[in-house]
Design a binder for this molecule. Sequence first.
Ligand code: FE
Length: 231
Amino acid sequence: MDSNILHNLSYGMYIVSSNNGKLVNAQIANTVFQITSEPVTIGISVNNKNLTHGYIDLSRRFALSVLDEKAPLSLIGKFGFKSGRDGDKFKGTDFIILASGCPVVLDSALCYIEAKVVKQLDCFTHTLFIGEMTGSKMLKSGKPMTYDYYHKEKRGTTPSSAPTFIKEEMPDPAKEITMQKYRCVVCNYMYDPAIGDPDGGIGAGTPFEKIPDNWVCPICGADKSQFVKDN
Ligand code: FE
């Protein structure tokens, strides 16, 4: 069985949010899809251990923002690689609270959808929540970010808690290394000197050693000491 085949399945990039009556939380999700049109129902898959899972389970409500292709890695890192248990993810992010009590992220969002949970299915490590759409709003025109674009063009990574996480093969040691790549041990982001980090002001062709010491991982915010040579 070749699990790499699963890379051929297509997904989008979303921020799924909910609340527990007092507090709000949100997380990145790629498994969001329409199931029926009358009524409009949306399925989302959420890791059972995530704080947002607990909030959806309790409030029976969720909202989701559809991310613009231009969304920065830092936004995805903030909502995808950090837990709301460790701090307020919404600090510094533009958002509103909907009538359902769910927050919805407006930064880099093309539109948002609100839903009430009508069914849920326990799927091993994750729960498939099926929500009936109760509201929606278009915010701006643009191209929705696909999961493929996030990986290939933005060079983003996937936390092990995501439904579509696939363990990567070890890199080929025989592969010629002209400039050393460095990997973030926190989120697995790979710094490739050939590409640099344009979002972070690091130009293509900059060796890792030449990056200023105050530079941080564009996805998770870890500092340079959290990076190791990639074989
Ligand atoms: Fe990182």
